[in-house]
Design a protein around this ligand. Structure first.
Ligand code: MTE
Ligand code: MO
Length: 325
């Protein structure tokens, strides 16, 4: 049987790795992205309906301009884009790492809206293009560390979650943020089985959600987000285990009480609310002290808060991280 492979963007249209690396060097020299990116950004639009073309154009308009780019993973090499789009955790498509790439074309991202509800002065449901309008996108290179002890280094494109939350005016009672992914069992084959309690739900404390490192990502590797990586909009919280970085978000709710999450409901002994990357606190079934960087042989030491301790350690001052894992 022929396997359908997402992305619908043929590999031939995707910026080759060398070109991408070269472009990054240009960017460091403050030049604009130029022809190489213009070429790839134009291609996906052809495959899309008018609505998604509108937001894709918003996105590619920004992408083809001067996109501020920052590496928050030091000089570590980027993980090969091929690995990042073929080795995924996205249980809505099944539990195998290869499932998302095979089945993610079933994810309907057009039209897409996100509701912002609960303890906010300005609640509502907003089309993705309205959310993107007025947000300055940036490229940030972050490590992603899975609880399964592998990691990747990914150039995400997005904007701080704080920017969106501020626009909707959190009330003084907003102490936590609850996120929900799309629920569509007709198209998401994994949701026809009770792998976890659907829809996928995650949560952050409000100060974590407002932290400048917390990103809503709409693209990676200079292009819009591939379906298997959580199109059209996903969270990226670089100092936490990957499962906190919820994909294909449709709802953001500000609440007063600490929420539960799909993973806590599934197994409270293995998954805590905080899920901060911490080499000193093991998963009950395996060590978290070391990790396998995808694309490398051997293992490397896992860094406290995934290497972002300088930025985020103060959020947890005085907390017992063995208890609040
Ligand atoms: N909706 C949803 N979001 C999700 C998941 C999922 O199964 N469903 N898996 C999480 C896990 S465990 C990881 S490690 C990351 C993987 O992101 P990536 O596939 O883009 O690398 O997505 C997270 N977000
Ligand atoms: Mo993960």
């Amino acid at each position: 049987m022929a396997r359908y492979r997402y992305p619908a963007i043929p590999e031939s249209e995707v910026t080759p790795r060398e070109l991408f690396a070269q472009r990054r060097r240009f960017l460091k020299g403050t030049l604009t992205r130029g022809a190489a990116l213009g070429m790839v950004a134009a291609a996906p639009g052809l495959l899309l309906s008018p609505t998604s073309r509108a937001w894709t154009e918003t996105l590619s308009g920004q992408l083809s301009g001067e996109l501020p780019s920052r590496s928050l993973a030091g000089e570590e090499a980027l993980t090969d884009r091929k690995d990042v789009t073929t080795y995924n955790n996205f249980y809505e498509f099944g539990t195998r790492k290869s499932d998302p790439e095979v089945y993610a074309h079933k994810l309907v991202t057009d039209p897409w809206s996100v509701s912002i509800e609960g303890e906010v002065g300005k609640p509502g449901s907003f089309a993705l293009e309205d959310i993107l309008a007025g947000q300055a996108l940036e490229e940030r290179i972050y490590r992603l560390r899975c609880v399964e002890a592998w990691s990747m280094v990914i150039p995400w494109i997005g904007f701080p979650l704080a920017e969106l939350l501020k626009r909707h005016e959190p009330t003084s009672r907003a102490r936590y943020v609850v996120f929900e992914s799309i629920f569509d069992p007709d198209n998401l084959r994994g949701q026809r089985r009770s792998i976890i309690e659907w829809p996928y739900r995650e949560g952050l404390r409000i100060d974590e959600a407002m932290h400048p490192l917390t990103l809503l990502a709409v693209g990676m590797y200079g292009e819009r987000m591939p379906n298997q990586n959580g199109a059209p909009i996903r969270l990226v919280v670089p100092w936490k285990y990957g499962f906190k970085s919820i994909k294909s978000v449709v709802s953001i709710r500000l609440v007063e009480e600490m929420p539960t999450t799909s993973w806590i409901d599934q197994n409270p002994d293995e998954y805590g609310f905080y899920a901060n990357v911490n080499p000193a606190v093991d998963h009950p079934r395996w060590s978290q002290a070391r990790e396998r960087r995808i694309g490398e042989s051997g293992r490397r030491d896992t860094l406290m808060f995934n290497g972002y301790a300088d930025e985020v350690a103060e959020l947890y001052a005085g907390m017992d991280l063995n208890q609040h894992f």
